[in-house]
Design a protein around this ligand. Structure first.
Ligand code: GLN
Length: 304
């Protein structure tokens, strides 16, 4: 497969879709991104790194951080994590409140906001400064020490983060949050604000593609079984109430973020990152989905 040729041609083909998406506007600092931007990168386990479009431009990874935070926390805390958060698709938007009350404050999965807040609470108990622990992991796994938080975006989200505050306080009332909610939200917003480009993100995903062993840092980040578990949850829950459509069209474990990034994993082979800030109605990058659909359809690669 000529990966460079394929992604260059995909960048050309998705151009008409760029105008159709809308950047997230509930975080004002994200609303300023032009939707006319696109980048895609593929990192392969045999050491290849291919990129097209604005591959050097860093963007806010937002909920893609949830996949890495889960990996880090599951590795440290182990199976007990699943007593506080489920593994089932929610079928609801990422920031939904409704399910949480009738399910007694146990979020459906770690990739909706409520679930990520629980994972962050566990991460704080394990690592102390959980957002800095995540930043270290991403620096090591991308090989790029300059990766950092974007404090402007974190502050912008904090100022408007009433839904996440509501989720945190409700779960605290159900005894599913151990620490303070203000501290929890600060760590969660900081983790979401981390900026990376598609090259860095694709490289950072390689340990998920390589059964937990990182070819970048040389570390065994997860057991083989845990890497399978994270990929399974990415496939079924990583793109929220569009996970069925992603499985149907892309056929890869994916994790999206409202910054317009999507990380996709082809276990045993490669990690793919795509970015375009225009989102569809379910909060996933519209051109990003189009690009990943074309990548797996034209290459014939997927987990199926
Ligand atoms: N920081 C965002 C939020 O909590 C992340 C959501 C997302 O990327 N889907 O709303």
């Amino acid at each position: 497969m000529d990966i460079q040729n394929l992604i260059d041609s995909i960048a050309h083909d998705v151009a008409p879709y760029l105008a159709q998406g809308r950047p997230a506007d509930y975080i004002p600092a994200l609303a300023q991104e032009s939707p006319q931007q696109f980048a895609m990168a593929v990192a392969t386990l045999d050491g290849g790194l291919y990129a097209t479009g604005l591959a050097d431009k860093r963007f806010s990874i937002q909920s893609i951080s949830k996949a890495f935070m889960l990996a880090h926390t599951l590795q440290r805390h182990g199976e007990a994590l699943w007593q506080r958060v489920g593994k089932e698709p929610s079928g609801n938007p990422f920031n939904s409140l409704v399910q949480l009350e009738y399910e007694h404050g146990i979020p459906r999965n770690p990739f909706i906001n409520a679930g990520a807040l629980v994972v962050t609470d566990i991460a704080i108990s394990e690592f102390g400064d959980s957002s800095s622990a995540l930043r270290s992991l991403l620096r090591e796994e991308s090989g790029e020490p300059a990766i950092d938080f974007d404090y402007v975006i974190a502050a912008s989200e904090a100022e408007h983060g009433h839904r996440n505050a509501a989720l945190g306080h409700f779960m605290k009332s159900c005894n599913n949050i151990n620490g303070g909610v203000d501290q929890l939200l600060a760590h969660y917003f900081r983790a979401c604000s981390i900026r990376m480009n598609v090259r860095e993100l694709a490289r950072a995903g390689l340990f998920l593609a390589n059964h937990g062993a990182s070819p970048v840092s040389g570390q065994q980040r997860l057991s083989r079984s845990q890497a399978k578990q994270i990929n399974a949850i990415m496939l079924t829950c990583g793109t929220y109430d569009a996970a069925g459509e992603f499985a149907y069209r892309v056929g890869l474990p994916c994790k999206s973020g409202v910054g317009g990034g999507i990380l996709a994993i082809l276990p045993g082979k490669m990690s793919i990152a795509v970015w375009s800030p225009g989102l569809d109605a379910r909060g996933n990058s519209l051109a990003g989905l189009e690009a990943l659909d074309r990548f797996t359809t034209r290459s014939g690669e997927s987990v199926f």
